[in-house]
Design a protein around this ligand. Sequence first.
Ligand code: GRF
Length: 218
Amino acid sequence: MTRRRTAILISGRGSNMESLLRAAADPAFPAEIVGVVSNRPDAAGIGRARALGVRAEAIDHRAFAGRAGFEAALDARLRALGADLVCLAGFMRLLTAPFVEAWRDRILNIHPSLLPSFPGLDTHARAIAAGARFAGCTVHVVRPEMDSGPIIAQAAVPILPGDDEAALSARVLAAEHRLYPMAVALYASGSARVEGERIAYGRGVRFAEVASFGPMPG
Ligand code: GRF
């Protein structure tokens, strides 16, 4: 098996990055993490990656006059790493269409909502305010429009009475840490691939067949 050479882009704490690094520490995992790049030099995730023995560095977006310059440096770095797949993990810079198209079908993102509901920021507060009974997370292939693109995998969690943003985000984050490695494994192995702006799955991929209902009468 050739493992897909994968870079991770972060901006902050890097807990999803760490879940990918830990999964990829298994030589049977179909993606190999070749490096971590942060657009913020103070991102806690840089130290976390290095502690796990992975090369990590910052390309400070503020050092560039515009997005094009930053993205050219990022592109060069990814190519120098020999990356063939890029995982956004709490990467908070919007990538422009030319960059996304240059890496078409090779950039994945995790978003903390059940897309297409609640793209953008503050997803948990918005889901609670809307009275939604389920929240969750989505791993998708990146397209130039923010938080859109073919959906690879999703996890749903309940929104419980009394949940505030912190409680819900902790519940969703635990699901994120399980979902992202699963989705990357599916995509890097070719078991999930883009076909006509949706994902087609290979044989042997298992689907949840049990629905969740809630709330229920007591
Ligand atoms: C996660 O909730 C991710 O879904 C979102 O930003 C957060 C990043 O957290 N895009 P971490 O840096 O992975 O801990």
